[in-house]
Design a protein around this ligand. Structure first.
Ligand code: KG4
Ligand code: ZN
Length: 346
């Protein structure tokens, strides 16, 4: 079983090939440099960059897997793509590329939920999807666009227990970084600065800690911004490095504690002993450490190289669906070409 997959939901253009459980290739072009000067992803620029780069990631992924272009009938057994959630224009680029590849190879087309991809990415180890997730489990999907807790009962069987009511956790990292004059994407920068913090610093609020499994991160970001305004007046760029580090650590502590405690609470309430964490923010060392320190749970993360967006995780979702026989090739006539706001059921 050979699967070709595309990922174009946001600012990574990626194509991957899996043969059975083996990942043969996973080529990712990151648009970070393009968006950096705007301190965030500019949707129109993202769509154009996807269009420009998709032929290269495709030929790279196929070449590494020993598949020749132009694609011949039967060259692959299925073509998968991230159908949503994501930026509308960006999604259409992946959709059109996948549809073309499916047409040429005569293979069925499989539209995958990008967030499920972040969860299943936990199964990759040494280039193979062999570390199967054991269900049921509590899943935390924590990325630049989403922060959700799922009750995952099996492959493709997910119930949303809570989600952010405003900013996603990654978005909050990015916005706090921007307030501090740190480059985009802010998550890795904030983590780096937090590691340098020494001594006492501010303490920021932990919103929504009880009574709901929903998250709210915009208040935390505002608390940081008020703190900085009070401390520095107009320009945070003058903040001494030691202070900057303390603010980063205080923000990261608040975000991490919120994510870990709420996920653990949800897991306990559902009687679950297993937790899996996926998405860009899950590469954060403090978050991994805090989850690792939880007693009574087996916690899974994806390898750091699979935390951010990639097509390998999309190929794997398609593979699991094919294995389960839960697949009808109905997409070619589906009226919704892409699903920018695709919501998992609550
Ligand atoms: O999953 P992802 O690559 O794209 C989306 O689907 O959104 O996640 C990107 C997000 C960005 O907000 C980025 O700042 C955040 O993940 N991120 C991190 C870290 N690395 C990436 N956040 C905190 N700590 C990190 N080390
Ligand atoms: Zn993502």
């Amino acid at each position: 079983m050979k699967i070709l997959a595309f990922e174009t939901t946001c600012d990574e253009t990626s194509a991957a090939v899996m043969t059975g459980q083996a990942l043969r290739s996973n080529v990712v072009f990151s648009q970070i440099k393009l968006h950096r000067k705007y301190s965030g992803v500019v949707p129109e620029l993202a769509s154009r960059a996807h269009l420009e780069k998709i032929p290269f990631v495709l030929s790279g992924a196929l070449g590494a897997a020993g598949i020749k272009l132009p694609l011949k009938q039967g060259a692959v057994d299925a073509v998968a793509f991230s159908r949503g959630p994501g930026l509308p224009g960006a999604l259409l680029v992946g959709r059109v590329a996948a549809e073309t590849a499916a047409e040429l190879s005569g293979a069925p087309l499989i539209g995958v939920n990008h967030l499920e991809g972040h969860l299943l990415a936990c199964e990759f180890e040494n280039g193979r999807a062999v570390r199967r997730l054991e269900f049921p489990l509590a899943a935390l999907i924590v990325s630049g666009g989403h922060t959700e807790i799922w009750h995952a009962r099996g492959y493709g069987d997910y119930k949303v227990m809570g989600r952010t009511r405003d900013d996603a956790a990654g978005e909050a990292f990015d916005k706090v970084a921007k307030l501090l004059g740190l480059p985009y994407p802010g998550g890795p920068e904030v983590e780096k600065w937090a590691r340098r913090a020494e001594g006492h610093g501010p303490v920021f609020p932990r919103p929504f800690m009880a009574g709901t499994w929903d998250f709210s991160f915009s208040g935390l970001k505002t608390a940081v911004s008020y703190y900085l305004a009070k401390k520095t007046g107009a320009s945070t760029h003058d903040l001494p490095a030691a202070e900057k580090a303390l603010v980063c650590r205080a923000f990261q502590d608040a975000a991490v504690e919120t994510l870990v405690k709420k996920t653990a609470d949800a897991a306990r309430a559902l009687g679950l002993k297993r937790i899996a964490v996926g998405g860009g923010v899950s590469s954060n060392g403090a978050l991994r450490g805090a989850f690792g320190a939880l007693e009574g749970f087996e916690v899974r993360f994806s390898h750091r190289s699979f935390c951010s967006d990639n097509a390998a995780m999309i190929a794997l979702c398609a593979l699991r669906r094919l294995e389960a026989g839960k697949f009808a090739n109905s997409l070619r006539v589906a009226p919704d070409l892409a699903r920018p706001g695709w919501k998992t059921k609550g």
